[in-house]
Design a protein around this ligand. Structure first.
Ligand SMILES: [Zn+2]
Length: 174
């Protein structure tokens, strides 16, 4: 994917958001409270609502974008830029490229993406991350899954889940 195909694919916030939701739908959403996998989509809240207990899971919750107020478009652009540049991207440079005022959220985003990429094959492309690899925007395992993993052999196979879970503490790093 080059700059032109990227721009025509992911030209605006709604497209990126729809695409992101599609990725999550493919993986399935698991309720953190009760483990139920049936959800209503609440478009006005950008959240899933559990059909059995009503617990809401926001679209970003449990993914690399959790706690970030940056738009999906910004995330997609940043991932694109970072995946097409062989030499790393500094947070400052990213801030400049994206034309964003605040450094903090950009810094945090860049570190999370870098961490997620570092945990994966260096040859990953944007297509690999966004289009093919649903694991990139993966979801933290719920308490229910965690207890299942303890009991069974699931823990080893859940590596893609770990990628996002690991990226969370980076916010505290300075
Ligand atoms: Zn529930």
């Amino acid at each position: 994917m080059n700059l032109f195909t990227f721009t025509s694919h992911f030209g605006d916030e709604q497209t990126c958001k729809d695409h992101f939701k599609q990725q999550r739908d493919q993986q399935g959403v698991v309720c953190k409270k009760c483990g139920c996998t049936d959800h209503y989509w609440k478009k006005d809240k950008s959240s899933y609502e559990c059909k059995s207990c009503g617990f809401r899971t926001s679209l970003k919750s449990g993914t690399i974008m959790q706690h970030s107020n940056l738009p999906f478009l910004v995330w997609y652009r940043a991932i694109f830029l970072m995946s097409t540049t062989k030499k790393g991207f500094s947070a400052k440079e990213m801030q400049r490229q994206l034309g964003l005022k605040r450094y903090e959220p950009v810094w945090s985003m860049v570190h999370k993406i870098r961490k997620a990429m570092g945990n994966r094959d260096a040859k990953y492309t944007l297509e690999g991350m966004i289009e093919m690899d649903e694991g990139y925007f993966t979801i933290e395992s719920t308490e229910v899954e965690k207890s299942k993993n303890k009991a069974g052999k699931g823990a080893v196979g859940k590596t893609n889940v770990a990628v996002m879970a690991e990226s969370t503490p980076l916010e505290q790093e300075k």
